[in-house]
Design a protein around this ligand. Structure first.
Ligand code: S5P
Length: 278
């Protein structure tokens, strides 16, 4: 059967990339396909949110460069929490430059992303060299690292359609040891593939942003769908939720954050169970 009709556990047992395997294992163990996007600018809020949602997530998604009071201890603490609470870390860096530059952006600068992020993502726009550049760092790491390609975006008017998406999937197929899946809105197995392109062991994870239970969008082009639409109907594996959980106000209410995380975990898991039971 296609990957999305199999259980996360079976897929974990079979997956050859260690980061993908760890993520699927964690999803199965914690019964969650929820990733929380911790898009805040103060380190205190950042950790308050992570500690509140940790039991309910498989993945914490960061934009490390928006923290105004970042210091090296932040990423050290993040790593500690990840092992303590069993979740993976996804730095949403959206690399999009020549191979040499992305390798430096991944490994160096003040953030040294490859030291602490299990998963990163890249725009396919530069072509395969963006993958090989990042792989030159990620595949050397002793740790388990994986890359997601942005095959589709959630925003109104996004240019990630048609042949662009098809070519993104073709690129990923050439580098299956490092590219573990896509940021996308639906499954990608059928996209741009002739029968012979797809091997039985191909299992790309689909992580979908643009998920909300209450809002349909924001004032800046974001569009939301529900976990049922995203997971049951479109076959995505992980729901990425930011403001639906952390809210839009300046102050963080950890009790609300915790309740919303529980709510999205339950909705995401039910949507998954409805899918594999079909
Ligand atoms: O197409 C995309 C890709 C990403 S990674 N659309 C997105 O919204 N994202 C990210 O997901 C975005 O950068 C943000 O961190 C998160 C969505 O946040 P929310 O508050 O709208 O749920």
């Amino acid at each position: 059967p296609a990957p999305h009709l199999q259980s996360y556990k079976d897929r974990a047992d079979r997956h050859t990339n260690l980061a993908a395997r760890a993520l699927l294992r964690c999803m199965d163990a914690k019964k969650t396909n929820l990733a929380v996007s911790v898009d805040v600018t103060r380190t205190k809020d950042f950790f308050d949110i992570i500690e509140a949602v940790a039991p309910y997530v498989c993945l914490i998604k960061t934009h490390i460069d928006i923290l105004e009071d970042w210091e090296p201890s932040v990423t050290a603490k993040l790593q500690m929490l990840a092992s303590e609470h069993n979740f993976l870390i996804f730095e949403d860096r959206k690399f999009a430059d020549i191979g040499n530059t992305v390798a430096l952006q991944y490994s160096s600068g003040i953030y040294k992303i490859s030291d602490w992020a299990h998963i990163v993502n890249a725009h396919p726009v530069p072509g395969p060299s963006v993958i090989t550049g990042l792989a030159s760092v990620g595949m050397k790491s002793k740790e388990t690292r994986g890359l997601l390609l942005l095959a589709e975006m959630s925003t109104k008017g996004a240019l990630t359609t048609g042949n662009y998406t098809v070519d993104a999937v073709r690129m990923a197929r050439q580098y299956r040891e490092f590219v573990i899946g896509f940021i996308a809105q639906r499954r990608m197995e059928g996209v741009g593939a002739s029968e012979t392109d797809i091997t039985a062991e191909e299992d790309f994870l689909i992580l979908a942003p643009g998920v909300g239970l209450d809002a349909k969008g924001d004032a800046m082009g974001q569009q939301y769908r529900t976990p049922t639409e995203v997971v049951t109907e479109c076959g995505c594996d992980v729901i990425i939720v930011g403001r639906g959980i952390i809210g839009t106000g300046r102050d963080i209410d950890v009790e609300v954050v915790k309740r919303q995380a529980q709510r999205y975990q339950a909705a995401g898991w039910e949507a998954y169970e409805n899918r594999v039971a079909r």
